[in-house]
Ligand binder design. Structure first.
Ligand code: 8YV
Length: 324
């Protein structure tokens, strides 16, 4: 009998997914410290045929070099900035990822951060919980900002950016976007979105929502120079990757009211604790990296992660494949 192929998971997945994997492969799941320590992963990757990983597992060149039989890296994420995909390709290792299924959930979260920061929902929740709601608010108290008629600037008009535009349209917002390439005229019309340069996006938006991948081109792109180009009354939303923003500069910009507020689901280094400087600022709403975190979406992601692995492990192109 042929020996079963070996698959290693850096963290557990849904029961249905494990059951499916066990039918075909010899699987091992890391338990204990998350993320898996580098050394442990390096020793595990040696003899496996397939790897299932997560965005906090750094799969660099050195680690890939430890692999002798690896055919596929299947990440449980749409982002793949944690994987050296160029080198994986060179080594003929397929890389699978999970776009599409998490588009709606992530756009919903971006929208809820925008609503929350502009209408001060979490801030109000803190006010009540801290016992600071002493009298009914009057004409000038606790005012937020309308979404309707405001200009939403979408930075990155891919799947998630487009889904956000669709939502914003029904809230009567004006939508502008910046992207490496303009989207088709038909798509622009259906989304009611207008292409602008990056400079115009910064200058005209009342809210900027980030939907680009993290790469060497976008690393720390949003820094103090950029914040100065944004309106003082504007809000910044980030559900993409924390490293796209210079967090220290953002903290300064929020404290000094260079911009009005921010809604963040991602951070330079995660998780952040209760003493992180961002937790001391009122004009920011924080979420613990939950963009894709709905029951429905997370199980769809597991299904695709497995499908990608099953294809890649026999040398086929994963259903959603990076590079080749
Ligand atoms: C995480 C994400 O994968 O898809 C991405 O790129 O960052 C998230 O969906 C998820 O939180 C599991 O860690």
């Amino acid at each position: 009998m042929m020996e079963k192929k070996r698959v290693f998971l850096t963290r557990t997945l849904h029961d249905f997914a494990l059951k499916e994997l066990k039918k075909q492969y010899d699987i091992e799941i890391h338990s204990g410290k998350i993320p898996i320590p580098k050394k442990r992963l390096a020793s595990k990757i040696k003899d496996i045929d397939g790897l299932i990983c997560f965005p906090y597992d750094v799969i660099g060149r050195e680690l890939i070099d430890c692999a002798k039989n690896l055919k596929v890296i299947s990440t449980y994420s749409v982002g793949f900035d944690h994987i050296d995909t160029e080198y994986a390709k060179e080594r003929k290792i397929r890389v699978g990822y999970t776009p599409e299924v998490l588009t709606g959930a992530t756009a919903d979260l971006a929208f809820s951060l925008m609503l929350d920061i502009m209408r001060r929902v979490s801030e109000g929740d803190r006010t009540i919980r801290n016992g600071n709601w002493k009298e009914i608010y009057g004409a000038y108290d606790y005012v937020g900002t309308d979404l309707q008629d405001k200009t939403l600037g979408i930075f990155g008009m891919g799947r998630i950016g487009s889904a956000l535009a669709k939502r914003a349209k029904s809230f009567d917002m004006n939508i502008i976007y910046h992207n490496r390439n303009k989207v088709s005229k038909t798509k622009e019309r259906s989304l009611g979105a207008k292409y602008v340069t990056f400079e115009k996006l910064l200058a005209q938006s009342d809210i900027i929502s980030i939907h680009v991948p993290h790469s060497k081109h976008t690393e720390q792109l949003f820094d103090k120079k950029i914040f100065k180009k944004m309106k003082n009354s504007s809000f910044l939303i980030n559900t993409a990757r924390g490293k796209i923003i210079n967090e220290n500069h953002l903290i300064e910009a929020l404290k000094n009211k260079i911009i009005a507020g921010a809604g963040l689901d991602v951070f330079e280094s995660e998780p952040i604790g209760k003493n992180h400087p961002l937790t001391k600022i009122d004009n920011v709403v924080l979420a613990p990296h939950i963009g894709s975190s709905t029951k429905e979406t997370r199980s769809k992601m597991a299904k695709i992660t497995i499908e990608n692995l099953q294809l890649g492990i026999v040398g086929k192109k994963p259903k959603f494949s990076v590079g080749y």
